[in-house]
Write a protein that binds this ligand. Structure first.
Ligand SMILES: NC(=O)C1=CN([C@@H]2O[C@H](COP(=O)(O)OP(=O)(O)OC[C@H]3O[C@@H](n4cnc5c(N)ncnc54)[C@H](OP(=O)(O)O)[C@@H]3O)[C@@H](O)[C@H]2O)C=CC1
Ligand SMILES: CC(=O)N[C@@H](CCC(=O)OP(=O)(O)O)C(=O)O
Length: 343
């Protein structure tokens, strides 16, 4: 059994890790930390875990975490990089759900996250945990920068077109919408029910920290520098991301449906839907699945891709477990068989 620790167990990605790991056949939950709720039984805060998780929250101490085989950081940016060097020295692998190990360019990290990086040498060895792109490197990684939620939906949606060299890489557009759980569990005015409910708006239009993460990934697919306009929106729902992606064709693309199906053939967590389908966020709610549909409206020169994920699963905790499975040589889908909750 793999001994697992979770730092940040009281947040939304933390409790999602717990929900999924409690059903994982190869995992023993060893430590679940919270600074604010240390001593409280986990199932008291999260009754969905009653009878399934019998631990109490503990302080995030090196002693407890150092006894694990792998530690997930479900914490704000800047926390994982402080503790990762000591954990690695004790032979513990690290999967950060925050952004400390995602951006390879230090200047970009410091610009978008407003803090210096405390372990650049570990950032260099860390692997970006998008299995559909980096599967082999993930298998041997000690540190994973788990992708952001929007970057997962956008990169998986655009990858087939970019790898095939079919679209103008200077003018990509990603119009993406997220449910409010994407903002985490901490109290903030803009995610209050009476602020976010029955309303809809964009945010981060002039610049969002996921822009450099997405372009880093897309650059890796094209070998050059892509130009991307990325506009996130806040939807009055709890879970889910819907990304609508636009690319202008630079040549006759052939059968786009076949291109998508072939690219993702054999991928356990990417579902290319039949031509004419409209992926819904509810079709992935609670599941580690990205569902994609590709369109060429009126046979014109614009390709439209629809990509949906659950921000807390394929956009965070599920993908992190997929990465853990790869790092420990387990079946990639172990513990990740959940079917989406519908309606
Ligand atoms: N929500 C989402 O959809 C997604 C989130 N992410 C990323 O995952 C990470 C966690 O997000 P989310 O679960 O939404 O956040 P939350 O705000 O819901 O939870 C954050 C957790 O971190 C703990 N924490 C905060 N500061 C520290 C610290 N200095 N040391 C140790 N623990 C700390 C908190 O517990 P306590 O204060 O009790 O210790 C809390 O449990 C973030 O980096 C986020 O950007 C990534 C993809 C999607
Ligand atoms: C709706 C909402 O607020 N979503 C978050 C993104 C989700 C997330 O937490 O991603 P990171 O891990 O990269 O921070 C945001 O736009 O800041």
């Amino acid at each position: 059994m793999i001994k697992v620790g979770i730092v940040g167990g009281t947040g939304y990605t933390g409790v999602e890790l717990l929900r999924l790991l409690a059903q994982h056949p190869n995992v023993e939950l060893t430590a679940i930390t919270s600074r604010s709720e240390s001593g409280m039984p986990v199932a008291k805060m999260f009754p969905n875990l009653r009878g399934r998780v019998n631990l109490a929250f503990s302080e995030p101490s090196l002693e407890t975490l150092g006894a694990c085989d792998v530690v997930f950081f479900a914490t704000p940016h800047g926390v994982a990089m402080k503790q990762t060097p000591e954990l690695l020295a004790r032979g513990v692998k690290v999967i950060d759900l925050g952004a400390d190990f995602r951006l390879k360019d230090l200047a970009q990290f410091e610009k978008w996250y407003g803090m210096p990086h405390s372990c650049p040498e570990i950032l260099e060895e860390a692997v970006y945990g998008l299995p559909e792109v980096n599967r082999e490197a993930i298998r041997s990684a000690r540190v994973i920068g788990n992708p952001g939620c929007y970057p997962t939906a956008v990169q998986l949606g655009l990858m087939p077109l970019l790898k095939a060299g079919l679209i103008d890489v200077d003018h990509l557009v990603a119009d993406a919408k997220s449910g409010v759980s994407g903002a985490g569990r901490k109290a903030e005015v803009h995610t209050l029910y009476s602020e976010a409910g029955e309303s809809f708006r964009a945010y981060g239009v002039a610049g969002h920290r996921h822009l450099p993460e997405i372009t880093q990934g897309l650059n890796g697919m094209t070998g050059g520098n892509v130009g991307l306009t990325f506009v996130p929106h806040l939807l009055p729902m709890i879970r889910g991301i819907h990304a609508t992606l636009y690319g202008r064709l630079t040549k006759e693309p052939g059968d786009l449906q076949a291109l998508y199906e072939q690219t993702y053939a054999g991928e356990p967590f990417v579902d290319v839907m039949p031509a004419g389908s409209l992926p819904e966020t509810r079709s992935v709610k609670g599941a580690n699945t990205c569902r994609i549909a590709v369109y060429r409206p009126q046979g014109g020169d614009t390709v439209v891709v629809l990509s949906v994920i659950d921000n807390l699963v394929k956009g965070a905790a599920g993908q992190a477990i997929q990465n853990m499975n790869l790092m420990f040589g387990l079946a990639e889908d172990a513990g990740l068989g959940q079917i989406a909750l519908l309606p």
